[in-house]
Ligand binder design. Structure first.
Ligand code: GLC
Ligand code: MG
Length: 547
């Protein structure tokens, strides 16, 4: 085994995503801000997360709530100013934590000065910074590419008679990553933040960054069903996403972060595992953490999750570090997806798998999707494609801090409605030993203190009925993690483990300290973490480090 000190912080620490508009509002305008985050740093530190990733805080017309950037090196006045940012970064570091920023290089806002220039004329020096094409023979769009947010991916700009491509809103024109000037401009912005000491970037829609150079039509998707799926999925984005040339761009971005010590490059990539792992790059010179969203996408079924974990572990290139994401601002909330009782099991899964975990604000208290009345809808996706449950407002509602009005999030009118904060809030759960929040704190503490859990090997044990189990070991201590994803009791034979295990942590507190041998039973929705002291060789037949 490698020594603990040989691992990087981004391998050992847990990442916590903050959606800044909804985390904490310090000035009563109903929108969260940097000073609000600052107020809650103690909370995050005590929770036990080691890094925060903050969704975009840059100047933006907010057509896509910050993912339409109009200045890559500024701070939106809604969130604060550069002074406040510098102070926040300093405080994060003083607390021994890391800060990751969102980088949105695939597209800018249509109000970005680069685009304002680019659209002026066909001969403008910045024309080729974006993707401009002549209309097709019939005057329509150049090809059949669609926007992720509904409708055509092309917008006609009357003034110059050409179309520009936008993978998302028409207010989010795609940059042309085949143009080296674009590389330099975005890399300069990256260095601006890296110079300040920012610890890395989560790169937005990394797999979208380069498109087919011949702009071929995307093929139809034979599995498309209009009732349930976004119209974007009518076509398979074979030519508009995940092009071979993207890996060169990622490698260059990584070179930029590698000019600095100990920074991390994370990629947002929604692709099947065999394609996802390509983003580690040749010789692991690409993204250090290509986000692995399988726990969000898979049905909550032990056999499917067990197989997915094992396949992913098996597919990882030599030296590539795994990661797991349980929720984000684009997906239905965990407690809504898997249910309240399974949220505890899910927490144990996320925080005991091998690889960097990313959790989403509010997950730790079991926040659920909040139904949004039509007149309060904010998300452009819901506005463009209404009524298909595609809107993302329900998972972006204000953090529920306490049971005072507006959950203690704001003294003003919150930008989105607040959820069920009477029952579900930080202050209340912090007190209760049996709360989900207390379980998260214990899980984080155990993960942070036990090398077996933050850097140890993974090896699968058994999957039976709706229970899955696996080991984590650093060669000294071995943990057996048992998770019952179902609603009936399961008894598992431990015939090949001679040593007695001690329950270090359970979703049910009373199981802690139990000594277990021969077999183990798990109640519905129960999870347990058993500790063994000499089991590594016995179980694997291998000496420590022989992996
Ligand atoms: C990413 C973001 C999402 C945004 C989109 C366009 O998927 O996570 O919120 O709408 O990119 O930037
Ligand atoms: Mg505010």
């Amino acid at each position: 085994m490698m020594k603990e000190s040989e691992f990087k912080w981004w391998q050992k620490e847990v990442v916590y995503q903050i959606y800044p508009r909804s985390f904490m509002d310090s000035d009563g305008d109903g929108v969260g801000d940097l000073a609000g985050i600052e107020q809650k740093l103690d909370y995050l530190q005590q929770l036990g997360v080691g890094a925060i990733w903050i969704s975009p805080i840059y100047p933006s017309p907010m057509a896509d709530f910050g993912y339409d950037v109009s200045d890559y090196t500024g701070i939106h006045p809604l969130f604060g100013n550069m002074e406040k940012f510098d102070q926040l970064l300093k405080e994060v570091h003083e607390k021994g934590m890391k800060m990751i920023l969102d980088l949105v290089p695939n597209h800018t806002s249509n109000e970005h000065p680069w685009f304002q220039e680019s659209r002026k004329s066909r001969t403008n020096p910045k024309r080729d910074w974006y993707i401009w094409k002549d209309p097709a023979a019939d005057g329509g769009p150049p090809n059949n590419w669609l926007s992720e947010f509904g409708g055509d991916g092309w917008e006609l700009d009357e003034q110059t008679g050409q179309y520009y491509y936008h993978a998302y809103l028409k207010e989010q024109p795609d940059l042309n990553w085949r143009n080296p000037e674009v590389h330099e401009a975005v890399f300069k912005a990256m260095r601006f933040w890296l110079d300040k000491g920012v610890d890395g970037f989560r790169v937005d829609v990394m797999w979208h960054m380069i498109k087919d150079d011949q702009f071929r039509d995307n093929p139809p998707n034979p599995d498309y069903s209009p009732e349930t799926m976004s119209p974007y999925r009518k076509l398979i984005p074979a030519y508009s996403t995940d092009q071979p040339e993207v890996h060169e761009v990622v490698r260059k971005m990584r070179q930029v972060t590698d000019e600095y010590t100990d920074r991390v490059l994370i990629g947002e990539i929604y692709l099947p595992v065999e394609k996802l792992i390509m983003y580690y790059g040749e010789g692991n010179k690409g993204a250090q953490l290509p986000f692995n969203f399988q726990l969000i996408g898979l049905p909550w079924d032990a056999a499917k999750i067990f197989a997915a974990v094992n396949d992913y572990e098996g597919a990882l290139p030599e030296g590539a570090w795994p990661n797991w994401v349980m929720g984000n601002h684009d997906k239905s909330r965990l407690a809504t997806r898997v249910g309240k009782s399974q949220a505890r099991v899910a927490a144990m899964l996320l925080l005991s798998l091998r690889g960097t975990p990313t959790m989403y604000y509010g997950e730790e208290i079991g926040m659920e999707d909040v139904p949004i009345p039509p007149e309060q809808v904010q998300d452009p996706h819901e506005k463009n494609v209404p009524g298909k449950n595609l809107g993302r407002d329900p998972q972006r509602t204000p953090m529920q801090w306490d049971d005072s009005s507006n959950a203690g999030f704001t003294t003003g009118d919150p930008w989105l409605p607040v959820g069920n904060y009477g029952q579900c809030n930080v202050a209340g759960e912090w007190q209760k030993e049996d709360s989900l929040l207390s379980l998260y704190r214990k899980l984080l503490k155990l993960r942070n203190t036990e090398p077996a859990l933050h850097i140890g090997d993974y090896f699968p044990y058994k999957c039976q009925d709706n229970l899955l189990s696996y080991f984590r070991s650093d060669g000294e201590k071995t943990f057996l993690i048992l998770l019952n994803l179902g609603s009936s009791e399961v008894t598992l034979q431990l015939e090949n483990i001679r040593e007695n295990g001690i329950c270090r942590l359970g979703t049910v507190r009373s199981s802690e300290g139990e000594e277990i041998s021969g077999e183990v039973s798990l109640a519905p929705d129960e999870g347990k973490m058993l500790q063994y002291n000499n089991a590594y060789k016995e179980l694997t037949g291998k000496d420590v480090g022989a992996r």
